[in-house]
Every structure is written in structure tokens, then in C-alpha cells.
Design a protein around this ligand. Structure first.
Ligand code: CA
Length: 435
């Protein structure tokens, strides 16, 4: 699975890519859709290298690339990545290898590409692709158990949880890119001891720290994707904040699942880190012997050996007061995607086992990624134990749920001995007051 593009000794002629702490060294090469900030330019695809964006529309004309890589770059000269995602992994790999060679220190293409760079500080992003369908999973057993305890104290984990990756079909229309702001949603709230609900602004506004998983090549309606082929369909991953109105959720979620508690806003990070870039940070996946073992369609040797992704996931909160007083954001939690009870391959195999078709650009949410300890909780619902415990921020402010003006910032990165550190950048978005 590893190749020359993962070599930790590779350095780039783009100096900022070699700092050792950048999210975007030459081993990463993630994709986004961008244009110069405040301009009327066409949005098009770019690749992050250090603190720069390599403009693929400009690179297309540079004559630095040929063959399949050039064909892939031509498809990237578009306001969405769906065409490139649909090309499949041979094209993704060919372009990654060509970009790695062209951006490497000593490359003959340096002169042709130097003029295709734009500082990340000077660009704005749009959604990386047209997200046709969005499915949200629930793959952290730690999150499912703590939330279950709060919503159903006598019955926290339902019996199907350990047999299949639980999910629901979400809504893509309200997904936006980092920088999103949205008004606190209104809806029906009912306290457990109240006889009737009231109509009011949400009082229990929360975030969910998730990984967004983008489909590449899809499948025909009626054809399942086997677990062995599943990862060939995954273009890459981003950071994903699945905002949640907990009071709306508690009243509406039975019997059919989340509805208005989830569809008012969701935010993705601009950069998609490809599955190939994540290869060094794969880890083994196990299922406790005391738990049910997966049915055959959810089981494979490769999934056991390397089905998990060790992606560090951090959440920070920046309040209105911190912004006005120039204080840094406050750390809330740190977890890893490797704790997930189900893997990405299992999510795909299960999603399509009935013949459901996935299309390029479809996105899965991993579900809130809470780790085994309380500090690793990926939502405020868990950190505040259902609003019962105060969360003290670094500047002394107190929260149980989010206040108006709160900006939630999520970061993700992968780090391992013998591999370059790569990162996802960040996803940041802000809750505004209700109307
Ligand atoms: Ca979610």
C-alpha cells in the first residue's frame, strides 16, 4: 500500500512544505475547490503544498504533466471534484505520483509550476464537490453508549448496534464549507417532565466531531460493493462538524431517527485528504471476543489487518469574548478515528449490500468520534454529561452547550514514527443568534 509518494525523506521545492509541522507536506497533497478571495474567478481544484495552493487549472496549461495525470488534471479544471472522483483510483494514483514528482525538490517541472502557486491566505473555498447524498453513521460505540445512557438510561445500547453499522440518510442541502455561519434553529422542545412541547429556539446547541468520507467511483443500482472492493470506492476524507440541536433531537428522534435536529447546518473542512495519502496511518481493527463477530459480508482479512485509520481529532472552542479580547481558542477534546467500532469498508459494504447505489461525491459522516475516556468525547452533550456538568474554558467562561457567537474549530492530523506528519487543516463555523 505504501509507495514512493509516502517516503518521509521527500522534500519539496516549495519551502513551506518542509517545516515539519505543516499540515501539507509533499506526502499529503489533498484536494480542494478554491478561487482568489473576494474575486469573481471560476472556482477550480487545487492541491495544498505547504502554505500554498497549486492551481490545477493553471497547471493544466503548464505542460508539466502528461498521460493519465494530465487527463485527470483536465477533469480537475472544474468547480467541483465529482468528475475526478468518478475516474477511480488509477487516475487518483497517477495524478498523486505526478504531483509528488513535480513538486519534489530538484524536479525539472519547478519552473513551469512556480507560477501556478497561490498563497492559502489569499484564497476562499467552496464545497469540494457536489454532495448528492449524505449518510450519517454512528460508529463510535463510546459515543453511542454515553448518548444512549442520557436518552434511554435503562437501555443505552440497542441490540442491533453490535451487528450492523447504524446510520440514517441525512440531508446534503445544508452542508457547507468551513467558515459557515448559521442561525440557532427553532423547533419543538419538550422537557422530559413537561406534558406538551413548546416552540422555541434550541437551548442545547451542540457540535459533533466526525470524519467525512467521500465516495469516488460509484456502483450500479442493484450491485453490492464487497468489503474487499470497498476501499477502491473511497476518494478521501475531511473533517466534518455535524451540528446537533439536542433538545429538538430528544423529542423527535423516535421512531424514525434524527430529522430537524440535524438538517439546519453541517460543515466540512475544505481539504480532502486522499485515501492513498492516509496509507501510512492505517491500523488494525479488532472486535472484542465477547461481542458478536461480524457477519461474513462485513468481515475480511484486510479489514482486520488495516481497516482502521489513526486520525487524531481535536476540538477547540472560540467564544465571542475570546475573539474580542484576543485570547486563544480553548481546547475541548482530543480523540482518534481508530477507536471506531466499524470501519469505512464495513460502512460501504453494509450501505450497498441491498443494492443501494453510491455516486461520486456522496458523503458519509462517521458519526461522532468519541474515544474510550471522558476527555475524548466528541460532543458537548457528553462533555457536560447531558448539561449537568459545567465545562470550564481556558479564560474562565463556562459552557454546558454552545452560546451565540461560539465558533467551533476542529483539526485533524496523522502522526507516526517513520512517516511524515500530515494534517487536514481545519473546519471552523459559528453559531449565530436565532431570529
Ligand atoms: Ca452525526
Amino acid at each position: 500500500m505504501l509507495n514512493q509518494t509516502h517516503n518521509p525523506d521527500l522534500i519539496s521545492w516549495v519551502e513551506s512544505a518542509n517545516s515539519g509541522n505543516t499540515d501539507f507536506p509533499i506526502q499529503n497533497l489533498p484536494f480542494a475547490i478554491f478561487r482568489c478571495a473576494g474575486s469573481k474567478e471560476n472556482f477550480r481544484a487545487g492541491v495544498a503544498i505547504g502554505d500554498q495552493v497549486l492551481d490545477l487549472a493553471a497547471a493544466r496549461k503548464s505542460e508539466a504533466f502528461s498521460g493519465l495525470a494530465q487527463a485527470a488534471i483536465a477533469v480537475c479544471d472544474a468547480p467541483e471534484l465529482n468528475g475526478f472522483m468518478a475516474m477511480g483510483k488509477d487516475a487518483w494514483s497517477a495524478l498523486r505520483l505526478a504531483l509528488s514528482n513535480a513538486l519534489a525538490s530538484g524536479s525539472d517541472e519547478q519552473a513551469k509550476l512556480a507560477g501556478c502557486l497561490i498563497s492559502q491566505g489569499d484564497v476562499e473555498y467552496s464545497l469540494p464537490c457536489r454532495i448528492g447524498d449524505y449518510t450519517d453513521f454512528y460508529t463510535s460505540i463510546h459515543h453511542a453508549t454515553s448518548v444512549g445512557k442520557l436518552f434511554r438510561p435503562d437501555n443505552p445500547l440497542l441490540p442491533n448496534y453490535k451487528w450492523l453499522p447504524i446510520g440514517y440518510h441525512g440531508r446534503s442541502s445544508s452542508i457547507d464549507v468551513s467558515g459557515q455561519t448559521f442561525k440557532r434553529p427553532k423547533g419543538q422542545l419538550k422537557a422530559p417532565d413537561a406534558v406538551e412541547p413548546v416552540f422555541a429556539a434550541c437551548k442545547r446547541m451542540d457540535y459533533e466531531m466526525e470524519v467525512g468520507i467521500f465516495m469516488g467511483k460509484g456502483n450500479q443500482l442493484g450491485d453490492a460493493i464487497s468489503i474487499d472492493d470497498a476501499e477502491d470506492h473511497v476518494f478521501g476524507m475531511c473533517l466534518f462538524n455535524d451540528w446537533s440541536a439536542r433538545d429538538l433531537q430528544a423529542w423527535e428522534y423516535q421512531p424514525l431517527g434524527p430529522f430537524l435536529a440535524k438538517n439546519f447546518a453541517s460543515t466540512v473542512s475544505p481539504w480532502i485528504v486522499t485515501t492513498e495519502a492516509l496509507a501510512p496511518y492505517r491500523s488494525s481493527w479488532t472486535r472484542d471476543e465477547a461481542d458478536p463477530q461480524p457477519l461474513a459480508y462485513l468481515e475480511s482479512e484486510h479489514n482486520r489487518a488495516a481497516g482502521a485509520f489513526d486520525i487524531q481529532l481535536e476540538v477547540q472552542l472560540e467564544t465571542e469574548k475570546m475573539r474580542s479580547e484576543g485570547q486563544p481558542a480553548s481546547h475541548l477534546s482530543l480523540s482518534s478515528f481508530r477507536h471506531s467500532y466499524w470501519t469505512v469498508a464495513q460502512m460501504i459494504a453494509h450501505h450497498t449490500v441491498n443494492g443501494c447505489n453510491l455516486r461520486p461525491g456522496d458523503m458519509f459522516g462517521s458519526g461522532t468520534q468519541s474515544g474510550p475516556t471522558p476527555e475524548e468525547a466528541g460532543s458537548m452533550l457528553e462533555l457536560s454529561n447531558g448539561g449537568k456538568q459545567k465545562i470550564e474554558l481556558d479564560n474562565g467562561e463556562i459552557r454546558t452547550f454552545l452560546e451565540d457567537g461560539d465558533c467551533v474549530i476542529m483539526r485533524g492530523w496523522c502522526q507516526k514514527e517513520g512517516a511524515a506528519r500530515i494534517g487536514f487543516g481545519e473546519v471552523a463555523a459559528t453559531v449565530l443568534a436565532a431570529d
